[in-house]
Structures are given as structure tokens and as C-alpha cells.
Design a protein around this ligand. Structure first.
Ligand code: 2AM
Length: 178
């Protein structure tokens, strides 16, 4: 199983994010069903390890919080944009949850994530799209801000890759405390 831990998003927020799709020729837009905010990518694990992960995550206690998605940006490789994302307002409670997930996974032997946590929801992926179109898109949408949502659980997802879009399945939800 290919696993990752993420915040699922309410459907109306996904629809709002999906309304940002379009305007960059050649972009592969993420279907709204697939939108999420990754806390930790885990990767390929067998059934026994998946149970250990579930056990570790189910012991985690962290408070629920409000999440505000705002601002757009791109990830780039060698000076070329590879992915478009919407960011999140700075949020100590989100950082706290992510750190707790990281610690819980390290405690059961999963190697530490080296990349710094950069909360984002990926909207689209690029493969050689014109940089000027990306720049114009960012300029047109840079004031994007979604209504805040209350985050009351986080989710262990499995991911099945295919030639088309990957299929993400929520396997287990873990409640955050009030
Ligand atoms: P992304 O949105 O920035 O692409 C499921 O694949 C989720 O895990 C995606 O949200 C993806 O982030 C994230 N992820 C982080 N590291 C990954 C990796 N090495 N391979 C695949 N997905 C990864």
C-alpha cells in the first residue's frame, strides 16, 4: 500500500479550489475529489506496517483548529514550474499536528522527513508549460482566499497510481480533540 497522511477538505472548499482550474494550457489539473493537504507522505508499506502506522496515529492527541487557505505559488525544478498550489495562512496548530504526526511515525521506525513542512494543496501539475502563462496566472489569482474551515480530523489515505489520475482512498479518520 502506498500511504500518506493528509487533511481531507470539505466538498465546498474543494469546489472553490476547483474553480481555480483553467487558464494554463497544458496543465494537468487535480480533480476536486483528489484535493488534500498532505501532512506526511509515507510511501509503500505492507499490511503489517500499515497496521502499526494506524496504531501510532490513533494514539495521537491534538486539538482541532481553523484552517485558512490563501495565496498561490508554484514549485519549480531547474527554473521551470512543476506544480501549482494554494497555500495556508501560518497556523501553529497545523504545524503542531504535523510535528506530532512526524514524531509518531519516527517512533515506529519510519525515517525522518528531510523536507521542511510547507503546507499546500496542489491544484495542478506542469510539464513544460510556458513560464509567461504561469506568471500571468499567478498575478491574476494572487489575492485568492478561501473561507476558513474547521479541521476536526486528519486522515490516512492510500494512493493507487494509474495512467490517469491517482485514486486516493481515505482509509482511517483520526479525530482531533475539542
Ligand atoms: P504534492 O501535492 O506536493 O504533490 C500524495 O501523493 C501526496 O503526497 C501528494 O499531496 C504529494 O504532494 C505528497 N508527497 C510528498 N512527497 C511525495 C513523494 N515523494 N511522492 C509522492 N507524493 C508525495
Amino acid at each position: 500500500m502506498r500511504l500518506f497522511v493528509a487533511l481531507d477538505l470539505p466538498w465546498d472548499l474543494k469546489l472553490r479550489l476547483a474553480s481555480l482550474a483553467g487558464g494554463i494550457p497544458g496543465a494537468r489539473w487535480v480533480p476536486s475529489d483528489n484535493m488534500h493537504l498532505t501532512l506526511r507522505f509515507i510511501g509503500e508499506k505492507d499490511g503489517y506496517e500499515a497496521e502499526e502506522i494506524d496504531d501510532a496515529l490513533s494514539r495521537l492527541r491534538a486539538p482541532n483548529f481553523e484552517l485558512s487557505l490563501a495565496g498561490l505559488g508554484v514549485f519549480s525544478k531547474a527554473g521551470r514550474a512543476t506544480a501549482l498550489w494554494v497555500g495556508a495562512d501560518r497556523n501553529p496548530q497545523l504545524d503542531h499536528l504535523q510535528a506530532k504526526v512526524e514524531t509518531a511515525l519516527q517512533r515506529i521506525g519510519i525515517p525522518a522527513e528531510r523536507k521542511r513542512f510547507a503546507p499546500h494543496v496542489t491544484l495542478g501539475r506542469f510539464d513544460g508549460v510556458p513560464e509567461a502563462r504561469v506568471a500571468a496566472y499567478l498575478q491574476a489569482h494572487n489575492l485568492f482566499r478561501a473561507s476558513p474551515v474547521r479541521v476536526e480530523h486528519f486522515t490516512l489515505f492510500s494512493s493507487h497510481l494509474s495512467k490517469a489520475d491517482p485514486v486516493y482512498t481515505p482509509e482511517v479518520d483520526y479525530e482531533l480533540v475539542a
